[in-house]
Design a protein around this ligand. Structure first.
Ligand SMILES: Cc1cc2nc3c(=O)[nH]c(=O)nc-3n(C[C@H](O)[C@H](O)[C@H](O)COP(=O)(O)O)c2cc1C
Length: 330
């Protein structure tokens, strides 16, 4: 038997397969089924800042330089309400979920401001969450709002969460920073124990007949693995944090690549939405078989072996390779 155990955010996991924030966690029976199929932990769907602000009537813009458009946020609120429960119901659901399964449950908050809404991270801890994931996602449209402003806003939020929690927390990032290594380091210095790479951006589309901007949600494919794979490989061993790879995990091979890059946990949603919860068990088998066939006794033996600091050709992750790729194209 291959030892698949791993540690993520100080949690001992039986394997690296974690179900990422998604509607799966809305139903306790689904999470039980995920557990039966080998899930090592589950991240709950997010509690959104807009939801808490709506409930508490804190509709003032929190961001001084680039105010959130709350009218717009509220106009989308019915969708949020459909997707999520209200904040107190969310906490109650987390409590019940935690009582119903034996795997770790990670609460999730999604927002940008450092307001009272962050108390909900604390409520998640009180309800029994083993850890919290903070999804940072803001899309600036104000041309005077700088990258530094946004980074400061995020760091302030992370520091505010740190003072509220005794349990560990991870930050789920998007990849669009001028210097991801520097910003990741700052997030960890502000108190995050883990980094989740990455949030998936859902880009709106145009309806040409109605001349409307329409939301669209495309599920990922294994190709989407490459971006987080590259960044985890670059940052492994450089930043004292646990890495979780979220985006493009669809098979045992994808899990192996992620762990070889340096990930402690591999998170899935799209594959399970497309192919059902049972698929998780088969991915675990694929992972075990591959390690066995390649004479590894444990997952730990492959962790980080393909990270930038461990590969024979570190430039493969850098600009030099870009030139090589272009020149090699026939
Ligand atoms: C229907 C759906 C709902 C999601 N809800 C959340 C959420 O509430 N919070 C969050 O951080 N990510 C959410 N995600 C993003 C996933 O957690 C995950 O990061 C993303 O789907 C990429 O992983 P994948 O390639 O395995 O799908 C959602 C994704 C989907 C498809």
């Amino acid at each position: 038997m291959v030892d698949l155990t791993t540690e993520y955010l100080g949690l001992a996991l039986k394997n690296p397969l974690v179900v990422s924030a998604s509607p799966f966690s809305k139903r306790i029976d689904r999470v039980r089924k995920l557990e039966q199929n080998g899930a090592a932990a589950v991240v709950m769907y997010s509690l959104f800042e807009e939801q808490v602000s709506y409930e508490t009537c804190e509709l003032n813009p929190h961001l001084s330089n680039d105010p959130l458009n709350y009218d717009q946020a509220i106009s989308y609120y019915p969708h949020l309400a459909y997707y999520n429960l209200n904040p107190d119901e969310y906490i109650q659901h987390l409590y019940l979920l935690k009582k119903s399964v034996s795997i770790p449950v990670i609460g999730s908050i999604n927002g940008v401001s450092s307001g009272g809404w962050l108390d909900y991270a604390q409520h998640m801890e009180q309800a029994g969450a083993d850890a919290v994931e903070i999804n940072l996602y803001y899309l600036p449209t104000n041309t005077d709002f700088t990258g530094a402003d946004l980074e400061e806003t995020y760091i302030r939020l992370v520091k505010n969460v740190k003072v509220r929690l005794t349990i560990p927390f991870a930050v789920k990032l998007h990849p669009s920073f001028s210097s991801l290594p520097n910003f990741s380091k700052k997030i960890v210095e502000a108190g995050a124990r883990g980094l989740v790479f990455f949030n998936r951006f859902y880009q709106p589309d145009f309806d040409l007949e109605k001349l409307k901007v329409v939301p669209s949600l495309d599920l990922s494919s294994s190709q989407d693995l490459r971006l987080p794979l590259r960044w985890i490989a670059i940052l492994f061993g450089r930043i004292p944090a646990d890495f979780a790879l979220s985006s493009g995990i669809h098979s045992g091979h994808d899990v192996i690549k992620a762990v070889m890059a340096g990930a402690s946990a591999t998170m899935l949603t799209s594959e399970l939405l497309q192919n059902g919860i049972d698929r998780l068990g088969r991915i675990k088998d694929e992972l075990e078989d591959w390690l066995d066939q390649h004479n590894y006794n444990s997952l730990a033996e492959i962790k980080g072996i393909m990270s930038q600091k461990n590969v024979a050709e570190p430039a493969a992750f850098e600009r030099a390779y870009y030139l090589k790729i272009l020149n090699n194209y026939q």
